[in-house]
Each structure stands twice: as structure tokens, then as C-alpha cells.
Ligand binder design. Structure first.
Ligand code: FMN
Length: 279
């Protein structure tokens, strides 16, 4: 555990050398000051202290007004440092400022040009666009999720099955908002996952095809049988039947949590999607 009293006393007494003031210490001192003093006092103590460290290292010109203040704005907004581990990553400032803007802010305070100085830090636009490319390299099982209401049934391919809880037994899948399956699930209240076997990739494509009929015709020519949770695809690697336990909208998808009432594995080799290819 860090002794904030000791650290702040050493900082305010000018007893910390530049070599002993890595980014982690900087964050801790800033947070400690922001917790103990009114905002203006904390900011002044911080800037005086950092100027002092730079001067004692013979590098007074290294002091950067905008970087110091920007970190203060971010760190002082965190009630609890442990909630925001990103603050310990020096490069996080690059999500708020372009390098060009920061270069102009050495002598005077400049507001950020990419994002207001609020927490949590914004997700990098580059990370967002690269994510699908990264995710395709994470192997996933592929299943057909089927659901049945009084008047119809519907099925769709999913690769987002996750184990959620053992007691009670819960699993989840993520469905695109606006998908016909999600809509029907709201009425049906149950669903069943047929985890496809490695020789069933054709079915994965079939139940993902846009414009396929949203009714029992989808199952024409597909060997299946009915269960209390919906139609099960024959010769699959496993089946999981669920009552809908909860639905949580997250971004453009909804996490559907199912309370498991049927779980059966056939020990057939499962179909795995990896690198955009079925294995
Ligand atoms: C391998 C694979 C995995 C997929 N996984 C999901 C998924 O987890 N969630 C989802 O909403 N759509 C997923 N899709 C896309 C849906 O299957 C597709 O959008 C489907 O046509 C939606 O149908 P619906 O609107 O009739 O429900 C996947 C497609 C494929 C080929």
C-alpha cells in the first residue's frame, strides 16, 4: 500500500528527484493532492512541485503546462484510482490531444482537441475499426439459436455463446438490436442453441442468410426435432435449452441471458470459426 502522507510530504518539501518521479508517482501525487486540498490549491501545489523537480534536474524548460494540467483534470476526476488503471498509461493523453496540439501547449494551458478531459478515457477510433479484424482471430463455437412462439419459429446463426453462471446455470448470447430473432425471443421466452458439429458449416451459412423466410420453412431439409425450448438440429455437437432470464441492451447488440434447462453434449467434433474460416 502506498503511504500518501509520506509521498505528499516529500513532494511538497521538494525532496523528490526527477529519477524518483515516474508517471506512476505523478499520478499518485496528483490524486493525493486533489483529495486533500481545494482544487485551486491542489493544482498550484502540483505545478509548483513539478516545476521544482524539473528545475532541480537542471531541466526547467522540460516543464509542460498543458500536460501537467491535463493530467490534473483527469486524475482529480477519479474518486478511486483503482477504477481507472488507464491513468497509469502515459500514452492515454493521446486520446484527448493530438501531438500537434500538445506541442503548442508547453508554455500555456490548452484545452484538448480530441475529447473533453473526462473519465473513462474514450476508446481510440483506431481500436474501434481494428476490433472486427482482431475478433476474427479469436476462435468461437458456432451455434444455431432457435426460438418458437405460439404461431411461428425462427433461427439464426450465433457465435457469441458465453458461460455466465453455474448457480443458477446461465449462458448468454449477443443478438443484434433489430434482428428478427431478438424480436421473437421477446414473445417466445425460450430458446435453444444447437452447437454445430464440424461437418455442419453449411447450416451456419443457411441460418445467417439475409432474407431467408422467418418461419418454419427455414427448417425444410434440416433434420431437426422439437423440444420444450424450440427446434433442435439433429447431429449437432451439443444442445443448450434455456428460458429467457434477462436481456441487457449494450450498444448495438442485446445480451440475452438464458437459464439453462437442457444441456446435452454428443461429443461430436464442434464447428469452430477462426480467422474468418470454419474449422
Ligand atoms: C459464424 C456467424 C456467427 C454469427 N454470430 C452472430 C451473433 O453472435 N449475434 C448476432 O446477432 N448475429 C450473428 N451472426 C449474424 C446473423 O446470423 C445474421 O445477421 C442473421 O441473418 C440475423 O437474422 P435475423 O435478423 O432473422 O435474426 C453470425 C453470422 C455468422 C455467419
Amino acid at each position: 500500500m502506498i503511504d500518501f502522507d509520506q509521498l505528499l510530504a516529500a513532494f511538497q518539501a521538494g525532496e523528490i528527484a526527477g529519477a524518483d518521479f515516474p508517471h506512476e508517482r505523478h499520478v499518485q501525487v496528483t490524486w493525493g493532492l486533489a483529495q486533500r486540498y481545494p482544487r485551486d490549491v491542489a493544482l498550484r501545489l502540483l505545478t509548483d512541485g513539478i516545476r521544482g523537480i524539473a528545475a532541480r534536474a537542471g531541466r526547467a524548460a522540460a516543464y509542460h503546462e498543458t500536460i501537467t494540467r491535463a493530467w490534473f483534470e483527469l486524475i482529480s476526476g477519479a474518486k478511486d484510482l483503482e477504477r481507472y488503471p488507464e491513468l497509469f498509461d502515459k500514452s492515454v493523453l493521446g486520446r484527448y490531444y493530438t501531438p500537434a496540439r500538445l506541442a503548442l501547449g508547453r508554455e500555456r494551458w490548452l484545452e484538448p482537441d480530441l475529447h473533453p478531459l473526462t473519465l473513462p478515457p474514450p476508446v481510440l477510433a483506431a481500436a474501434r475499426t481494428q476490433l472486427p479484424d482482431v475478433l476474427r482471430w479469436i476462435p468461437t463455437a458456432v451455434a444455431v439459436l432457435a426460438t418458437r412462439s405460439d404461431h411461428t419459429l425462427h433461427a439464426t446463426t450465433v457465435s457469441s455463446i458465453t458461460s455466465v453462471s453455474r448457480e443458477p446455470a446461465l449462458v448468454s448470447v449477443c443478438l443484434a438490436n433489430g434482428s428478427r430473432t431478438l424480436d421473437l425471443l421477446g414473445h417466445a421466452g425460450t430458446f435453444v442453441l444447437s452447437v454445430l458439429a464440424s461437418n455442419q458449416s453449411e447450416l451456419a451459412g443457411r441460418f445467417a442468410t439475409l432474407g431467408r423466410p422467418a418461419d418454419p420453412r427455414q427448417f425444410t431439409m434440416v433434420a431437426h426435432r422439437l423440444s420444450a425450448y424450440g427446434p433442435l438440429i439433429e447431429s449437432a455437437a451439443a444442445w443448450i435449452g434455456c428460458d429467457v432470464y434477462g436481456a441487457h441492451r449494450c450498444g448495438d447488440h442485446t445480451i440475452v441471458v438464458g437459464a439453462v434447462g437442457l444441456a446435452e453434449a454428443t461429443h461430436r467434433h464442434p464447428l469452430v470459426r477462426h480467422g474468418g474460416v470454419y474449422h
